[in-house]
Design a protein around this ligand. Structure first.
Ligand code: TYD
Length: 331
């Protein structure tokens, strides 16, 4: 099976490439990635020489490059996305380009080349803040940030192409990911690095916002299950049910890094900050037989250990662009 995996130099994409090559002998993976700020090919140095792997530099906003890369593949998995909410608040443009227009380009190429399956990786943030209960696959989209609005638009296009043209696309809505190779702008890697380096951690607002967390390995297995057993045109939520306020995550990170509460700094809240996310993942569990295997405590310990052992990888993410963003966001 030949898979075109877009965004393979990013966090989840590179984890999925590792997973696919380790799990299947007869797989071929083409990593299509434009190496924007969050892409780092060093995440893939260990498999770069594997004959089953190729890298193509390209951007999903370029329709010709997408068409060229897609010809002859069996499956497309789209991890290419602008994903960081705070960046979308500062500069939304790239989010519309990549997450809407880029998805349109993939859908068109999948349609034209009659690709067997297209998996669109999306987020539970399209459902907006869920103050009580859970969002299931039928819940209404109520995005509240430029990021989630752009993802929702891409998901709507997928649904429309499935209905109108019969494009065999499957959309996933996942809770928050964490694990090795995550760009140090998201809560867990940013706070881990700050704590390891003796710095403070910027907690937005009261820190009581709730997120549901999944370890990267469990997410890879979920996408693999959906790719093999999911039905075209369907939507699957991916979640663990592990939902905690941010302060609980911070507490566990303080323990794992031997830091005290004086490392916490409460800062101005994110505008429009979604108070709580919670996904119902029963469909994936009962219909396709997937279950998460890694507890949060175990996944977080592995993650902190990885960041402890890979300061060079992190430092190479911290380019001038990163410093500029950090300055704008945290002053
Ligand atoms: P994040 O990792 O940006 O993911 P998302 O906003 O997509 O859920 O943030 C996770 C939570 O952590 C979210 O409630 C915002 C909060 N947060 C902070 O309190 N401080 C920070 O510096 C960051 C990046 C996030």
């Amino acid at each position: 099976m030949k898979i075109l995996l877009t965004g393979g130099a990013g966090f989840m994409g590179s984890n999925m490439i590792h997973y696919l090559l380790a799990t299947y002998q007869d797989v071929e993976v083409v990593n299509f990635d434009d190496l924007t700020y969050a892409g780092n090919l060093e995440s893939l140095t260990d498999i770069a020489q594997d004959p089953r792997y190729t890298f193509v530099k390209g951007n999903i906003v370029d329709p010709l490059a997408v068409e060229e890369a897609i010809a002859g593949v069996d499956v497309v998995i789209n991890y290419a996305a602008e994903t960081h909410v705070d960046r979308s608040i500062l500069e939304p443009r790239a989010f519309i380009d990549t997450n809407v227009y880029g998805v349109y380009n993939i859908l068109e190429a999948v349609r034209k080349h009659k690709i067997h399956r297209y998996i669109q990786i999306s987020t539970d943030e399209v459902f907006g803040a869920v103050l009580e209960g859970e969002s299931d696959e039928q819940s209404k989209f109520e995005p509240r940030s430029p990021y989630s609005a752009s993802k929702a638009a891409g998901d709507h296009l997928c649904a429309a192409y499935a209905i109108t043209y019969g494009v065999p696309v499957i959309v996933t809505h996942s809770c928050n990911f964490y694990g090795p190779y995550q760009f140090p702008e998201k809560l867990i890697p940013l706070f881990t690095m700050n704590l390891l380096e003796g710095k403070k951690v910027p907690v937005y607002g009261d820190g009581q916002q709730v997120r549901e967390w999944i370890f990267t390995q469990d997410h890879c297995r979920a996408v693999d299950t959906i790719m093999r057993k999911g039905n075209p045109g369907e939507v699957y939520n991916i979640g663990t049910g592990y939902r905690v306020p941010n302060m609980e995550v911070v507490k566990q990170l303080l323990d794992l890094t031997d830091r005290g509460e004086e490392a916490i700094e409460y800062v101005t809240d994110r505008p429009g900050h979604d108070r709580r996310y919670a996904v119902n993942s029963n469909k994936l569990r009962t219909e396709l037989g997937w279950e998460p295997q890694v507890s949060f405590e175990e996944g977080l310990a592995k993650t902190v250990e990885w960041y402890k052992n890979n300061p060079d990888w992190v430092n190479r993410c911290r380019t001038g662009e990163y410093q500029e963003y950090y300055q704008k966001q945290y002053g």
